[in-house]
Design a protein around this ligand. Structure first.
Ligand code: ADP
Ligand code: MG
Length: 685
């Protein structure tokens, strides 16, 4: 149970003054639903103001505070603004400009003949100096003294800075006193403030140490939870699996395994032979050959008299894995089945029977394979493909299916940088397939301006006439999914006009039957051109598809582009990837596209991606979308995560039950960052 002193922080945001139904929406949009979220809603930056004696002392563009005496109210004409003309102590004139309803309050706040202290940004409008919508107007200077430095918060429509500041301030008032969970030596060395002070400071002024401390807390909570998972797992009883090689010996692979594959298989075998369940991540770029490694692992389990299950994130992938594995497994005589959410009635019943009586050795499927109604005779190994789609929580649930905990092999084709591997998979051992099977042709990658799209389509025509297949990828941006789909549909219609019935469309909102039908037509070679949103990102394998066009390539991240490009270059024919780009490119976008041309090494691209996104980062900009963190920026993750990780490991080694004073404090930290599953494991044993 959550420690009581944290309760005020987890209270609903509604409990703050001024939060009614109207504010709830914009707050939710920012992910601010509880008091804690507001206390942790840190400013993007700060306005620094300077008090000046007259306008002569101020620069245009500067944030100032000065005394002005009102000369005249100039009513708005038509759509124009309402202006208050005012002069400083030596007679310089300046306009205070208001649009819309703000002019009503301006009239009463700034009576003609009175002197007022005004805070705002000085601008030039034609010949005139002006301040548009002053931030503050006060009768006494004293009222503005505290406002020389003010936070600027990330906002959503319907929220204002003063409102946000008031909510954050209320959140800060409710901060409890919490014991220190950071190791004292580290706190000293870094000169970090304590938790409560750090939050207060981070809202009050630019304070890198305070922000680092808060980021560190989040990183430490994450690492600690992962370490607890790891140590709890070590204490669990699994089933040692020692295969005798009788099935694996019958495999007839058309190629020798790469060194990296052999090494990974050995590492996995080593884990499987242990009593404590395996928790291993197999990291390998698209095409690196993870499937065979998984197959060897699953056959090892079957040789040992147990069952294995492979979980895929989508139905398409489950089907594809099933087909691939079925063919590979055939010579061994092992029994494999496919189960997805679409299987109903008799076929489903018969699969369930097979699992229960053990006649099915290997099951491939979507998460349907872990429903309560699915009972295995002896499930000893779970393989999870495309791991990044499952959170740690889900992972834990999946592996708690059987009487004994099954071994778990997670596979991901997203080559993420080492630091992020720690953040996301810190509880796992890692095997890296850092060597590609031989004979792969490099993919010829070119950047093409979108104005040349007609040439691209002409090239596509020649390509298809040559009997080869192609992908056409339309961009997908989350906020406007429907628009993206509309764009993909429009492109599909245009290409279909040109190339007829051989064009198929796949996107995320298509009914599964239609999606599968389209994919099957493409995979069988019946359809020649697949138009898609990024749903093809994962897994699909069609060696005859040797051309990929990516529209608005500048809108994709490096990792994503790399993932997409990995769909081609899978056969013996030379492959081409055309990155269509728009006219206006940022420096970073330009660099990203250049890197795509330059290298095909996924791990290198991942490191560069991190560098491009994490470097030059402004205070508090949160670009860590694909990390499990809200507070820590990419730059902070890179710098502080390794420290947090070591610290968490030491703490768990010394005090695995979190029973010492620091351990107690660390429990509070876990609840604070909602990694309570870490704490729950302590009790579960
Ligand atoms: P991943 O799942 O890692 O993206 P796959 O397992 O689908 O990659 O393998 C990609 C392709 O490479 C498949 O066609 C597979 O048969 C082939 N392959 C795998 N290992 C080797 C190898 N050692 N030598 C040659 N080809 C291989
Ligand atoms: Mg794969």
């Amino acid at each position: 149970m959550r420690p009581e002193r944290l309760n005020p922080l987890f209270a609903d945001a509604d409990s703050l003054d001024g939060v009614g139904p109207k504010l709830r929406r914009p707050l939710e949009k920012l992910g601010l639903t509880r008091v804690k979220d507001l206390a942790y809603h840190l400013p993007d930056r700060f306005v620094q103001r300077r008090t000046v004696a007259s306008l002569d002392d101020a620069e245009v563009g500067e944030q100032i505070v000065l005394a002005l005496t009102v000369i005249e109210h100039r009513a708005s004409t038509g759509r124009g603004p309402f202006r208050v003309l005012a002069q400083d102590a030596i007679g310089n004139v300046c306009a205070l400009t208001y649009f819309g309803r703000a002019s009503y309050s301006a009239k009463s706040q700034l009576p003609v003949g009175e002197t007022r202290w005004v805070a705002g940004k000085l601008e030039q409008y034609g010949q005139m100096l002006q301040i548009v919508h002053p931030d503050h107007v006060a009768a006494e200077n004293a009222a503005l003294v505290g406002k020389l430095t003010e936070p600027v918060y990330p906002l959503a429509e319907g929220l204002t800075q003063p409102r946000m500041a008031s909510l954050a301030a209320q959140g800060l008032e409710r901060l409890p006193d919490l014991p220190e969970w950071i190791e004292p030596g580290l706190l000293d060395r870094q000169k970090w403030p304590h938790w409560r002070d750090a939050l207060l400071l981070a809202h009050a002024r630019e304070h890198p140490d305070a922000r680092d401390r808060l980021a560190y807390d989040e990183l430490l909570a994450n690492s600690l939870a992962l370490m607890l998972v790891k140590s709890a797992n070590r204490a669990r009883r699994g089933q040692p699996l020692a295969g005798d090689g009788r099935l694996r010996g019958k495999l007839q692979l058309p190629f020798p395994l790469t060194g990296a594959q052999q090494r990974s298989i050995r590492e996995i075998e080593g884990d499987l032979a242990q009593l404590s369940p395996m928790l291993r991540l197999l990291q390998g770029d698209v095409g690196a050959g993870k499937t065979v490694v998984a197959l060897e692992a699953m056959l090892t389990a079957v040789e040992a008299g147990a069952q294995a299950a492979m979980l895929a994130p989508t139905e398409i992938l489950a089907r594809q894995h099933y087909e691939t594995l079925r063919k590979l497994i055939a010579p061994t005589g092992a029994n494999i089945a496919l189960l997805t959410g679409r299987d109903k009635g008799r076929p489903r019943e018969s699969i369930l029977m097979g699992l229960l009586d053990g006649s099915i050795d290997i099951l491939v499927g979507t998460h349907a394979i872990f429903q309560d109604t699915v009972t295995y005779r002896n499930l000893a190994l779970v393989v999870i493909d495309e791991q990044h789609r499952f959170g740690v929580g889900q992972r834990l649930m999946l592996t708690q299916k059987g009487r004994v905990t099954p071994h778990c092999l997670a596979m991901t084709a997203t080559p993420i940088p080492r630091t992020l591997t720690l953040a996301q998979y810190g509880e796992m051992e890692v095997s890296r397939l850092d060597e590609m099977p031989p004979g792969r042709q490099p993919i010829d990658t070119r950047v093409v301006a979108v104005e040349r799209i007609a040439d691209v389509v002409a090239g596509l025509e020649r390509h298809l006439a040559n009997g080869q297949q192609a992908y056409w990828v339309c961009p997908m941006v989350r906020e406007h999914e429907t628009e993206d789909i509309a764009a993909a549909e429009a492109r599909y219609a245009a290409l279909r006009e040109r190339f007829g019935d051989t064009v198929v469309l796949v996107h995320g909102q298509l009914k599964p039957e239609l999606k599968d039908a389209a994919m099957e037509r493409f995979a069988s070679g019946d359809a020649k051109l697949l138009v898609a949103t990024t749903v093809i990102e994962v897994g699909v394998d069609v060696p005859n598809a040797t051309l990929m066009v990516i529209e608005q390539a500048e809108r994709f991240g490096l990792a994503q582009l790399h993932q997409l490009r990995g769909r081609v270059g899978r056969g013996s024919e030379k492959s081409v990837c055309l990155l269509l780009r728009g006219g206006q490119l940022s420096e970073t976008a330009r660099e990203r596209l250049a890197l795509m041309r330059e290298t095909q090494d996924g791990f290198r691209l991942a490191e560069e991606d991190l560098r491009l996104r994490g470097g030059g980062e402004l205070l508090g900009t949160r670009q860590s979308g694909d990390t499990p963190f809200r507070i820590a920026s990419l730059e902070q993750i890179t710098r502080l995560l390794p420290i947090a990780h070591d610290d968490a490991r030491l703490l768990v080694e010394r005090d695995g039950g979190l029973a010492s004073d620091r351990g107690e404090a660390a429990r509070i930290l876990l609840y604070l960052f909602e990694r309570d599953w870490g704490v729950q494991l302590l009790r579960g044993g």
